[in-house]
Design a protein around this ligand. Structure first.
Ligand code: PEP
Length: 248
């Protein structure tokens, strides 16, 4: 049975004070949940967050990392540095990283490989642009991102990867894919994993949907057969909204 993972991607929001406030508010609201909950604050808040979450079921994720261990890589953060902050998940290949920071599939693959080597669980983001969807290229684009992103990754490691399907046109726009369209792509992703690995691995894989998930639409999305979680941006910034998503 797949246990859903709901992850909040705070992007470049919240300083340490805001992080502390969110965690205090969220911890006061969260009870027993049937899902795994992850928050992904900016690097500068990871230390405070990890101290506050020591005895919590809420897990920590980072929004990016380097594929290198250490050295002359100005501005980068290594996997060991994340592990030191009790980080367990790392978002890799978010569309903002791909588009604004020109991350290529090759670099994304290096990061996924490195994360797995260090026993961090990568949340590998894939998804098509509006132009690609309108040009009927969505499935081809997503398949290519998966094949490239998972290059040289063994079956054993592949089952630890979380795949987040995030259509670029739905991120931060208020537009959501219909639950049926999102599920169609999630099923396609699962089938691609089956082709690349085995049916067993494809059935174990957690596939999230991301793109304007909010309290009002999460239930319908989570009720889809092939969607096992959500990667949430804007609606993960307020504890009162994120708790509604977690308790869908
Ligand atoms: C995201 O940042 O991954 C995301 C899905 O953002 P939003 O929920 O704001 O669309």
């Amino acid at each position: 049975m797949r246990i859903p993972i709901i992850a909040g991607n705070w992007k470049m929001n919240k300083n340490k004070k805001d992080t502390k406030k969110f965690i205090e508010d969220f911890e006061a609201l969260i009870g027993d949940t049937e899902v795994e909950v992850v928050i992904c604050p900016p690097f500068t808040s990871l230390d405070s967050a990890s101290q506050m979450l020591k005895n919590s079921s809420v897990k920590l994720g980072a929004q990016n990392m380097s594929w290198e261990d250490h050295g002359a890589f100005t501005g980068e953060v290594s996997p060991e540095m994340l592990l030191e902050q009790q980080v367990e998940f790392v978002i890799i290949g978010h569309s903002e990283r791909r588009q604004i920071f020109s991350e290529t599939d090759d670099r994304i693959n290096k990061k996924v490989l490195k994360a797995l080597e260090k026993e961090l669980r990568p949340i590998l983001c894939v998804g098509e642009t509006l132009e690609e969807r309108e040009g009927e290229k969505a499935f081809e684009v997503v398949k290519n991102q998966l094949v490239q992103g998972l290059k040289n990754i063994s079956g054993e490691d592949a089952s630890k990867v979380v795949v987040a399907y995030e259509p670029v046109w739905a991120i931060g726009t208020g537009k959501t894919a219909t639950p049926e369209d999102a599920n169609e792509m999630a099923a396609f992703i699962r089938n691609t994993i089956k082709e690349l690995y085995t049916e067993e691995i494809s059935e174990e894989m957690i596939i999230q949907y991301g793109g304007s998930v909010k309290p009002g639409n999460v239930e319908e999305i989570m009720n889809q057969t092939d969607i096992d979680g959500a990667l949430v941006g804007g609606a993960s910034l307020e504890a009162k909204d994120f708790i509604e998503i977690v308790n869908f």
